[in-house]
Design a protein around this ligand. Structure first.
Ligand SMILES: [Zn+2]
Length: 159
């Protein structure tokens, strides 16, 4: 069996009055992400981890922010299409581990819904998808609530 690891990271700027989408879930928040798509920083990091692990290019290559077809797109569709690319190459998820870095809002009560949403798109059990959150202790751009970071590490296998 062949196994491959991949990592992904994504950043978005916060703006007051926009919707906050994280892990495919809409989370009540004063601020949301500025983006060409719905700005789901966690899903974008997961896509890059999947693409990296399977030896493909990055999310910007397959889903360019200049494409009018992708304007305002639900990132769950981007994740579905990305999974299609790695599935074509014969890969399955072993596990996916993620961290979201933000000051506010608290997301703990949404984590189980995010895990369910992501695992169903990736055709794996929700126990194979873990999501953690941290703050930067009020330091830096996340600490000043100017933006958010998503990080993901994935292990894939091919029989
Ligand atoms: Zn992004």
């Amino acid at each position: 069996m062949k196994i491959r690891i991949g990592q992904g990271i994504d950043f978005h700027r916060f703006e007051t009055g926009l919707k906050l989408w994280l892990g495919g879930v809409n989370i009540p928040s004063e601020k949301g992400c500025v983006a060409h798509s719905d700005g789901d920083v966690l899903i974008h990091a997961i896509c890059d981890a999947l693409l990296g692990a399977s030896g493909l290019r990055d999310i910007g290559y397959y889903f360019p922010d200049t494409s009018s077809e992708l304007k305002g797109i639900d990132s769950k569709i981007i994740l579905e299409r990305t999974f299609g690319l790695i599935h074509e190459k014969g890969y399955k998820i072993v596990n996916l581990d993620c961290t979201i870095c933000l000051e506010k809002p608290k997301i703990a009560s949404y984590v189980s819904e995010m895990r369910k949403t992501i695992s169903s798109i990736l055709c794996t059990e929700s126990e194979n998808v873990t999501i953690k959150a941290t703050t930067t202790e009020k330091m830096g751009f996340t600490g000043r609530e100017e933006g958010i970071i998503g990080m993901a590490v994935v292990l894939l296998s091919r029989g």
